[in-house]
Each structure stands twice: as structure tokens, then as C-alpha cells.
Ligand binder design. Structure first.
Ligand SMILES: [Zn+2]
Ligand SMILES: [Zn+2]
Length: 251
């Protein structure tokens, strides 16, 4: 563990040094970045697709009409029992562009990029009356050994940005991951549900009771992880939970 802890800052230092010595290129179009461009070129940033509609996180149906979201009764086996108290928004679908940017954030430690994406996510939410009236912003936590390994929690970077833009207070210590779950990449829906079952705990239930909570994560795949967190928060007495992510996997 000790080795990992000292390796991380060195890794980041190397990253910073490389950025300084070699001019950066845009991770999406590979063109060199201008001096004032940060992480992504302005053209790609402008063209980054923003989802115009809310959607169901389980069957991935998009709702073009405002009422459709509230009337939707999902029949997907993946469905969360009480959808009435739960809604989801994502900035975009998990296309090659979002995939590239999220990879840069998570595995190449591009925290400024995460902050920029978070700001955009927050700005989108300020146009949504359900979300703007929330009381707390909570990131989906990493297990502490995973966080130590990575050096940061990407969901926390995103939650911080959302909180700054929306002015809704951030709470990073309320929800914790007590089980170090397996990587879910190669798991199917049932295995994912099993994998995250009982993985989370709420440390200060009184902070959540009766509150409208915004839960932040990077990507929705099957919704299993979010489900588990939402269930936890609602069981403990949260009034409603609104989940937000950078991207949603649609196929
Ligand atoms: Zn570009
Ligand atoms: Zn559905």
C-alpha cells in the first residue's frame, strides 16, 4: 500500500511534466491544442452531443414529451421497484467521444477535464426544475482501497462541479462503499446486481431523511450500481433521488 501511495503523486507529476514538455493534442480529433484550449479542442467541445431528453435508465427509452417520464412504468427486469421517487439525467450517450473523455479522466487522471465536464453537467441541470430544487449532492463512492489506488474518486470530482454550479451543498461522507466490488465490465445484469448487493452504507441517515438527493456517477451501464445506492438512500428515508451521470450506455 505504501508503494502505491507514493507512486500516485509521481505518476501525476510525470503527467504534468509531459503536458508541459510536449504540446497536447485533442483526445477526440487528435489535432494539436491551441495554448488557450484546455484538454479538448473548442470544436470538439462545442460538438459534444448533449442529450435533449430524459430517459429510463433500465430500458433506455427516451421521453420526448414531458409527462412521458412520469407515466412510464418500466417492464425491464432491471427495473428499480419504486421508480416514482427516482429520475435520471445524463449529459450524453456513451459514444466514442464520451468514452474517450471519461477514460482520460479515470485512467489518465485528467482532473481538470473532469471539472470541465462536471461544470457542463451542472449547467444542464440548472435548466431542470426537478433537479435544481434538490438539497444535497452525493457522489457514488469508491471503496477506500480502490480510491487509494486511483488517487481520487471521479464521481466526487463530478459531484463537486455539479455542487458548485447548482449551489446545492455537496456531501461526500454520507454514502460509503463498504464492499470492494469486482470490476463489472464483464458481468451480466444479474451478476452486476449480485455484485453490488449490500455494497453501500449510509453513515449519517439524519442528513438524508426527507431530503431530495442528487446522486452523481460517471456512467450508467445497466443501472445496477445506481440502483443499489438509490435503494439505500430511499430506505433510509430520502424523499427522492435524482441520479446524474456524464453518459449512459444505450445498447
Ligand atoms: Zn478536437
Ligand atoms: Zn423503462
Amino acid at each position: 500500500m505504501f508503494q502505491l501511495e507514493i507512486a500516485k503523486p509521481l505518476f501525476q507529476l510525470k503527467n504534468d511534466l509531459l503536458d508541459f514538455v510536449y504540446p497536447q493534442s485533442c483526445p477526440i480529433c487528435k489535432e494539436p491544442l491551441d495554448r488557450e484550449e484546455k484538454e479538448v479542442c473548442e470544436n470538439c467541445w462545442r460538438n459534444l452531443a448533449i442529450l435533449p431528453y430524459p430517459f429510463c435508465p433500465y430500458c433506455k427509452m427516451f421521453f420526448e414529451e414531458e409527462e412521458a417520464e412520469h407515466e412510464h412504468r418500466c417492464v425491464s427486469p432491471n427495473r428499480f421497484e419504486d421508480q416514482m421517487n427516482f429520475a435520471v439525467r445524463s449529459l450524453g450517450t456513451f459514444d466514442d467521444h464520451y468514452k474517450t473523455l471519461i477514460h482520460r479522466l479515470k485512467y489518465e487522471h485528467k482532473i481538470p477535464l473532469g471539472k470541465r465536464l462536471a461544470q457542463r453537467l451542472g449547467e444542464q441541470l440548472t435548466q431542470d426544475k426537478d433537479f435544481i430544487n434538490c438539497d444535497l449532492v452525493i457522489p457514488v463512492p469508491l471503496h477506500k482501497s480502490r480510491q487509494r489506488q486511483r488517487g481520487f474518486n471521479q464521481s466526487e470530482i463530478l459531484a463537486e462541479g455539479v455542487s458548485q454550479v447548482t449551489k446545492i451543498p455537496l456531501a461526500t461522507k454520507i454514502l460509503m462503499r463498504k464492499k470492494n466490488t469486482k470490476d463489472q465490465t464483464h458481468l451480466d445484469i444479474q451478476q452486476r446486481k449480485e455484485n453490488v448487493k449490500g455494497a453501500f452504507a449510509v453513515t449519517q441517515p439524519e442528513m438524508v431523511m426527507g431530503k431530495n438527493v442528487i446522486l452523481v456517477d460517471d456512467v450508467i451501464t445497466t443501472g445496477a450500481t445506481l440502483n443499489e445506492c438509490v435503494r439505500m438512500l430511499l430506505d433510509i428515508g430520502a424523499k427522492r433521488v435524482f441520479a446524474v451521470t456524464l453518459a449512459v450506455v444505450v445498447e
